[in-house]
Write a new protein. Structure first.
Length: 256
């Protein structure tokens, strides 16, 4: 049986309507033009590898990709890493990115600050200047563990995210944060696709905001399968036990 949780949906009187057009080829004057195939680039992050941090591998990949925003895969060895506000698009150069564990144990990623004021990973760029598709994939006993941030993952408008065997825990956004919502995942409107499987959200908290684990605005698609949500919460800043006007201790889906 799939785990059950309550997603709190907030609706405004003005709900945007969107039309999606998917183009796989263009026909002009009898000529079929197919998209150019992207080059796949691979990198390894390990203590004894050329890249010892995730950010250094992203920087190298961004410098190597072509104008077509190549497909990049980064394999990360078991260790503890400190990353803060890491732009996974590499300044807009990377269009498709997979972060995967090497299978030798947990990959633990902490936000670098002591006050949990920043995100760990940022997907896409502000204002939808560039969008991207990111997959973060672990395995049993070799999960990603993202913790000690405000927004473990911040998804800018139009970008897509897939999580598989990822643990998101002990992230907190309070009233002092620029965006007090979605301590685990914050996804801006208009949202892209979010797909979560075999993952865990635990002890994520938002103070004076909504969506303790996940906050998603106008998602195109939000799918959660075989995942666990435990003791995620929202609360009023004046009272640890009262939610106040805040909603969605686990998940808040907002249509704006």
């Amino acid at each position: 049986m799939l785990p059950r949780f309550r997603a709190h949906v907030l609706r405004s009187p003005w709900r945007r309507r969107a039309t999606t057009l998917a183009a796989t080829f263009i026909v002009a004057g009898g000529l079929t033009v197919l998209p150019a195939s992207a080059t796949s680039l691979t990198y390894t992050v390990c203590s004894d590898a050329p890249y010892t941090t995730i950010s250094s591998a992203i920087t190298a990949a961004a410098a190597a990709v072509g104008s077509t925003s190549d497909d990049v895969t980064i394999t990360i060895c078991a260790d503890t890493y400190a990353e803060s506000g890491l732009d996974l698009s590499g300044g807009g150069a990377i269009g498709i990115l997979t972060l995967q564990t090497a299978g030798d144990g947990q990959v633990i990623v902490n936000e670098t600050g002591s006050d949990k004021s920043d995100s760990i990973f940022e997907i896409g760029q502000a204002g939808g200047i560039s969008t991207m598709t990111v997959t973060i994939a672990g395995a049993t006993s070799s999960e990603f563990l993202l913790q000690n941030a405000c927004h473990a993952i911040y998804v800018y408008e139009g970008s897509d995210l897939s999580l598989d065997h990822v643990i998101v825990q002990d992230n907190t956004c309070d009233a002092a944060a620029a965006t007090a919502a979605g301590a685990g995942i914050y996804a801006e409107a208009p949202g892209g696709d979010i797909h979560i499987t075999e993952s865990t959200f635990e002890d994520n908290e938002v103070v004076d905001g909504s969506g303790g684990a996940i906050y998603s605005e106008d998602p195109a698609f939000l799918y959660v399968e075989s995942s666990t949500f435990t003791t995620n919460r929202v609360r009023d800043g004046a009272d640890l036990a009262v939610a106040g006007d805040n909603r969605g201790g686990a998940v808040a889906v907002v249509f704006v």
